[in-house]
Design a protein around this ligand. Structure first.
Ligand code: MN3
Length: 248
């Protein structure tokens, strides 16, 4: 059995146990999953749902347990299932990592291009999202604080601009904080499940923070109040992780 699958099954058991006991923090090894690691090595098979690394109830009251559970087990899983079906249909895509698939949308055979874009994007975006939120916020590093102050004026001004951009996404999409090759930060948004890693993206850069503003991410708790969800989001951002992404 492949290690990734073994860890996944183990994590699933721990998550179930955590949910049953109300345990909000589970062993550190589960925090290791990153989007890049969710792609299996070439030829080893299909993409799989990464563990959250914390219990579904761990982000309450800001993001409710039911939203987290449905979002992770239904929505995220559906992107993975459909991504795997698209890769299965197109032999030239087999064995590629998720980032290779997303970085080559333009050249993807037309028959599966929109499936790879939508469901591959959905898989990457959600895998990323689970890692930059969590029950432990940590601190914004000195380097990231300096970059935010340099590029937005202050943390308060950054949050205002990030909320404005994300609230303003028409329909479904994502708000992102991205870092370019020189370390400069910008706030962008993408429609649907597009992301800055795609070769069709307007602005290149590496996401270090992102927010899902599809209604499925907040509707049970916030209904149509996307702005309230955005305000609550700041209470669950894992700044230690975001700082690590900025400095890596
Ligand atoms: Mn979503």
């Amino acid at each position: 059995m492949h290690t990734t699958r073994r860890n996944f099954l183990k994590a699933g058991g721990l998550l179930a146990a955590g949910a049953a006991t109300g345990l909000s923090v589970i062993p550190g090894e589960l925090f290791a999953a990153t989007p890049a690691e969710t792609a299996l090595p070439a030829g080893e098979g299909a993409f799989m749902l990464p563990p959250l690394g914390y219990a579904y109830a761990a982000l309450e009251p800001h993001i409710d347990a039911r939203t987290m559970e449905i979002h992770h087990t239904k929505h995220h899983q559906a992107y993975i299932t459909k991504l795997n079906a698209a890769v299965e249909k197109e032999p030239s895509l087999k064995g590629k990592t998720l980032e290779q698939l997303l970085g080559n949308i333009k050249l993807t055979p037309e028959a599966v291009r929109s499936d790879i874009r939508n469901h591959g994007g959905g898989h990457w975006n959600h895998s990323f999202f689970w890692t930059i939120i969590g029950p432990v916020q940590g601190a914004v590093s000195e380097k990231l604080t300096a970059a935010i102050t340099r590029d937005f004026g202050s943390m308060v001004l950054f949050k205002e601009q990030f909320e404005k951009k994300s609230v303003g996404v028409f329909g479904s999409g994502w708000g992102w904080l991205v870092k370019d090759a020189k370390g400069k930060l910008s706030i962008i948004s993408t429609p649907n499940q597009d992301n800055p890693l795609m070769d069709i993206a307007e602005a290149a850069g590496r996401p270090i923070l992102g927010i899902d503003v599809w209604e499925h991410a907040y509707y049970l708790n916030y209904q149509n109040r996307r702005a309230d969800y955005l305000k609550a989001f700041w209470n669950v951002v894992n700044w230690q992780k975001v700082s690590e992404l900025y400095e890596s």
